[in-house]
Design a protein around this ligand. Structure first.
Ligand code: SF4
Ligand code: FES
Length: 294
């Protein structure tokens, strides 16, 4: 593969095609700060602390070094007044969430960031996604994930999976730049296994419990009045009563999803009859509501 010539901080650098500015800089011994980057994970571009100035074909832009691909003739500036000012502001915002994070404090010293500039909102997690992506991409377990969106977004362990997998793994803990993850796990453990319940079960126990629940669900008769479409698509685990939480996350195609399970419960309870226009159309897109002009 041919090398791509570019410049970083005025130094000529040759980088492999398909690599990022961050990789090219690090290979040349030039430091760029990162918070959400990990060399074993797909680039994410969440924290923006790796912002650099990139000039190409006469245009100068601010880009995230961890996601921006190298290109011939690119001229990158990793430190400038503008870049430092942006990094300082980013750090001040992140410090409002995680004021005691050692990684943030070290960067704050370097960029002169004021940890008290913004009102504290000590939610601790800075949403770098390292734990979530590590668990999904490397461990392929999805025991930890983001829940909710916008201001309500937070990282959370899924007790059902975490109880079985995390106790013997915990590889994501040292990745967390705020040390929050460990606290989140301890909280998850406390909620899932309150004192007196005997602590976390041995790894095999929840699976046995799941299997027992599954057998109980499978024995339940199919709910009368359930639309034929749902019966057909329903898998053994969800037929007649719904699947177990986490079935979909575990990738069990046969297990259906929470939505279908919820539909089963709603229809089985007779709480909401299936509208005629949906029943007639089967799995196609719902038609116009009865009485509405087409
Ligand atoms: S818990 Fe830690 S590692 Fe996970 S997203 Fe939040 S800051 Fe990142
Ligand atoms: S390290 Fe590049 S956006 Fe976070």
């Amino acid at each position: 593969m041919t090398d791509i010539p570019l410049q970083i901080d005025g130094r000529p650098v040759a980088a492999k095609a398909g690599t990022t500015v961050l990789e090219a800089a690090r290979a040349a011994g030039i430091a760029i700060p990162t918070l959400c980057h990990h060399e074993r994970l797909e680039p994410f571009g969440a924290c923006r602390i790796c912002v650099v100035e990139a000039e190409s074909r006469g245009q100068r832009r601010l880009v995230a070094a961890c996601t921006h691909p190298v290109e011939a003739g690119l001229a990158v500036t990793t430190r400038s007044e503008k870049v430092d000012r942006i990094r300082k502001s980013i750090l001040e915002m992140l410090l409002a969430h995680a004021p005691d994070s050692p990684a943030l404090q070290a960067l704050a010293r370097e960029y002169g960031a004021d940890r008290d500039r913004f009102e504290k909102d000590a939610s601790f997690c800075i949403h770098c996604g390292l734990c979530v992506r590590y668990c999904a991409e490397i461990k392929q377990l999805n025991a930890v994930g983001f829940v909710d969106r916008g201001t309500g977004k937070e990282v959370s362990f899924l007790p059902e999976i975490a109880a079985r997998e995390c106790d013997r793994c915990k590889e994501c803990f040292p990745l967390c730049p705020t040390s929050y993850l460990q606290a989140a796990y301890v909280l998850c453990q406390a909620l899932a296994f309150p004192p007196g319940a005997g602590g976390p079960p041995a790894p095999a126990a929840p699976r046995r419990r799941d299997d027992r629940l599954r057998r109980a669900h499978a024995r339940r008769p199919a709910a009368p009045g359930l639309p034929a479409l749902l019966h057909r698509r329903g898998a053994p685990a969800v037929r007649g009563g719904g699947g177990l939480p986490g079935d979909r996350l575990r990738g069990g195609a046969a297990a259906g999803g929470r939505r279908r399970a919820r539909l089963h419960r709603v229809h089985a309870a007779g709480a909401r009859p299936v509208p005629d226009h949906l029943r007639a159309r089967g799995r196609g897109r719902p038609g116009p509501a009865p009485g509405r002009a087409t």
